[in-house]
Design a protein around this ligand. Structure first.
Ligand code: NCD
Length: 303
């Protein structure tokens, strides 16, 4: 039985197979409409989410399966003091696969050790968010045609943004990917990631001004300042509008640069950019469903 805790749980070859399957689902969804008949997905979300939870639910329903679950810790037995390990044991009797989101780093891992069904980490605190990374990779592969040979700018909250941490981890396995980290001093990429890049000899730069690097980017990954992970509100207020991607900044970019964002967006991308053909963040949401469909099929060994 397999779980998904970090994007590195799949080898590059396994990811290729997963993305090929997702692409086939995109081409011919009807072929998969009953692939999960009789199967149940549990979504155990101890932290607010709309996109990721609904994306999982939509994926399972489109495969012919059913879903159950809870969408905040307050409506689960966690309020009675039940441990994640006990909860997953119970969930294992009710369903065939589980997607779990938890504010504490490592919770999904703890759950996977007690589970008798595959567990998918749907975000654990500021740590990892592997299915967002699968979404990001499938989007890049589908729209750019490759996962190597590019310069990617990651902009915004690089300290608390788990999607950023997962994506960097995944991209270092592809050839000739250069990273440009764009953030205020207070929200820089954690040291452990910088150390990892140095160890692997992966080229990266850290800058503060987005305008300066715009022309050299093939991909721009924008992120929201993660309010819920700040220790005080003043720091959040001071940093929240540090970057706003607008039309003028887009004018500095390459004609085929893509803008990605895991969403939800707050102010960091002005709505005027939505009309720009290079804005790929809503197409990214659709790829998120295809890749979750492919993931469910793979972990249930139905593909
Ligand atoms: C991201 C997350 O939850 O980390 N959202 C998502 O899953 N699409 C990004 C965010 O909340 O900023």
């Amino acid at each position: 039985m397999r779980h998904l805790m970090t994007p590195l749980d799949f080898s590059v070859e396994e990811l290729e197979r997963l993305f090929d399957l997702a692409a086939d689902i995109e081409r011919e969804p009807s072929k998969y409409a009953h692939a999960c008949d009789g199967k149940i997905l549990a979504t155990c979300f101890y932290e607010p989410s709309t996109r990721t939870r609904l994306s999982f639910e939509s994926a399972m329903i489109q495969l012919g399966g059913q879903v159950l679950g809870f969408s905040d810790a307050g409506s689960s037995s966690a309020t009675k003091g039940e441990s994640v390990s006990d909860t997953i044991r119970m969930i294992s009797c009710y369903s065939h696969i589980c997607a779990m989101r938890h504010p504490k780093e490592g919770s999904a891992m703890v759950a996977s050790m007690a589970a008798s069904i595959p567990v998918i980490n749907a975000g654990d605190g500021g740590h990892q968010h592997p299915t967002q990374t699968l979404t990001d990779l499938l989007t890049i592969r589908s729209l750019k045609g490759r996962l190597d040979n590019f310069t990617i700018g990651l902009c915004g909250d690089l300290k608390f943004g788990r999607t950023v941490h997962s994506l960097i981890n995944a991209l270092v396995r592809y050839d000739n990917v250069k990273f440009i980290f764009i953030s205020p001093e207070e929200l820089k990429v954690p040291d452990y990631i910088i150390e990892m890049l140095k160890e692997k000899n992966i080229p990266f730069e850290e800058v503060i001004r987005l305008e300066d690097v715009m022309p050299s980017l093939d991909l721009l990954y924008m992120t929201r300042v993660q309010r819920e992970r700040f220790f005080n509100e003043q720091d959040y207020v001071r940093l929240k509008d540090f970057y706003i991607l607008n039309k003028e900044k887009m004018d500095l970019a390459k004609e085929d640069m893509l803008v990605l964002h895991p969403l939800p967006r707050v102010n960091e991308i002005s709505v005027e950019v939505d009309e720009d053909p290079r804005a790929a963040y809503f197409r990214q949401v659709q790829y998120g469903v295809y890749v979750r469909m492919a993931l469910i099929l793979t972990l249930l060994e139905l593909a």
